[in-house]
Design a protein around this ligand. Sequence first.
Ligand code: HEC
Length: 162
Amino acid sequence: MKYVYLVLLSGLIVSCNKKSDDKEPVEGKWIKGDETEQVEIIEDHFQGFGKAMWEVSYRFKELYVAGENENWGYAEHHVHEMEEAIELGLERRPEHTEAASQFLTVSIPEINKAIEENNKVLFDEKYEAMRQSCNACHVMRDHEYIKVKTPTEYYSIVGKAD
Ligand code: HEC
């Protein structure tokens, strides 16, 4: 009887091991190859810093409208998400870390202060400082042709808070 249990148990162990060896491809069977190749495919699809910038430029425009509408909750939301997008972008492309330093340690805290104080005059000033910080980084990273402007005619689907 003991022997039967032993056989059953070893069978179970073998089938468990087998399961972890030939992993099923995750949903969307396009992520193929061995583990390294799969990670490379996923990395490619995450993309580099440009992806972060796509998000950052959208949020920078929304931030403008949020400030103009004095919707401070919405403004705070975008600064927070923008910071996160840049930090994740830097994890993917650490070579930009030094150039992002002024933006992360000065521009973001300063505009946050204006938002916390619900101070529209200060917000406009810090928004302009942030815009200059975006462009300074583009110059540092050899993308000086990406000149961020103040979005004077930008339409947002989100309006005033009340
Ligand atoms: C680390 C410094 C850095 C900061 C800070 C920065 N950028 Fe960029 N930005 C880059 C780099 C590098 C690229 C090119 C990325 C690539 O495609 O590899 C870029 C690309 C862009 C692009 C082109 C994206 C596309 O469509 O391919 C836009 C738009 C942009 N940035 C807007 C902004 C705005 C707006 C800010 C400020 C709110 C900002 N950036 C702050 C470094 C920075």
